[in-house]
Design a protein around this ligand. Structure first.
Ligand SMILES: NC(=O)c1ccc[n+]([C@@H]2O[C@H](COP(=O)([O-])OP(=O)(O)OC[C@H]3O[C@@H](n4cnc5c(N)ncnc54)[C@H](OP(=O)(O)O)[C@@H]3O)[C@@H](O)[C@H]2O)c1
Length: 301
């Protein structure tokens, strides 16, 4: 039976979302084929082509990216090579292998000017190097053709990667007061929930021949600003923290003492399309947060 499971090749499998995907895919009846960076650098078109051809997958997931949003500002070439050219390499290889593609993109393709949950059809307005190179990646995927899904998600947290929740927990063990910006709004999304949603999408599309490729938004339900997110973390795990101070993005940048990339003031994604077409909706962000915090709690013997 094992040999009959459709294969899903996963790029970025050592990252936060990739790790959750390797866990979720087998539970939806797939064989996950990890393609780690030490074997295949996605900037190398030939290596990507060979890896996908060798895996002969039913679908390829591109969860690989250069995700250091501030780091991208001073490493423009690397950001473009990974986020745009690497995305094109994977899309071409998937198309050549007649495999479907799930390309992971970001809420940061939007500029943040409009305070209404954003539809897939909303014009992009990326700000900063990370956002621009991810947008170029989306365009490259569309140009390569084949059966592609672009999944835009936001504010990821979960095991096995750098994320806001872990940063807050670390700071909370060191400080009594923490300043957090309160003028950027988004939907914090638990990677474990997102990976389950993507596995469900593949189950419907690959195993049951249901639904159409295209651009889909998929985040946790609900939204908040970073200050509210931090406050919820410290309510559950206070550490030494007595005061979570709201500050503006302007004040944060002034006090940072290092280059900070622009981020959208509002990037809440409207996820109605994927719910309507596939029946997929993720739990609220607070549920994801509590599950993630609980997963860290060491159970007494
Ligand atoms: N994190 C967020 O808040 C967020 C929000 C919205 C969308 N997204 C998108 O979601 C996806 C997954 O994000 P994530 O947070 O899980 O990322 P992550 O934890 O930073 O993992 C990125 C992965 O990409 C791999 N990678 C980087 N450069 C590579 C290269 N040249 N060749 C091959 N692999 C390479 C990394 O490998 P190594 O570990 O070996 O370096 C790692 O496995 C990305 O497309 C990201 O843009 C993320």
């Amino acid at each position: 039976m094992e040999g009959k499971r459709p294969k899903i090749a996963v790029f970025g499998c050592t990252g936060m979302l990739g790790w959750a995907l390797l866990d979720a895919l087998p539970r939806s009846g797939f064989e996950a084929v990890p393609i780690p960076e030490d074997k295949v650098d996605i900037r190398d078109a030939e290596a990507v082509e060979n890896a996908v051809a060798a895996a002969a997958p039913a679908a390829v997931i591109n969860a690989a990216a250069y995700t250091d949003v501030d780091g991208c500002e001073s490493n423009v070439e690397l950001a473009r090579a990974v986020n745009a050219d690497g995305a094109a390499n994977i899309a071409r290889a998937a198309s050549d292998a007649r495999a479907a593609l799930i390309h992971i993109s970001t809420d940061y393709v939007f500029g943040g000017g409009r305070k209404m949950p954003l539809l897939e059809s909303e014009p992009a307005n990326p700000q900063g190097v990370y956002a621009n190179t991810k947008w170029e990646g989306e365009k490259a995927v569309r140009q390569e053709g084949g059966r592609w899904f672009i999944i835009r998600t936001s504010w990821l947290f979960g095991p096995n990667g750098r994320n806001f929740v872990d940063t807050m927990l670390r700071l909370g063990s060191e400080r009594e007061e923490i300043s957090v910006v309160n003028d950027q709004e988004g939907s914090p999304t638990y990677t474990v929930h997102l990976a389950a949603g993507i596995a469900r999408l593949l189950d419907l599309y690959i195993s049951r021949g249901f639904g159409e490729p295209g651009i889909y938004h998929l985040t946790a339900a609900g939204h908040c600003d970073w200050h509210e997110f931090a406050s919820r973390i410290f309510e559950a795990r206070p550490g030494r923290v007595k005061n979570v101070k709201p500050i503006s993005t302007y004040d944060y940048i002034e006090s940072a003492g290092r280059p900070i990339a622009p981020r959208p003031a509002y990037s809440v994604l409207n996820c109605d399309k994927i719910k309507k077409k596939f029946g997929i909706a993720l739990p609220r962000w607070e549920v994801g947060l509590m599950e993630f915090l609980d997963s860290k709690t060491i159970q007494p013997k």
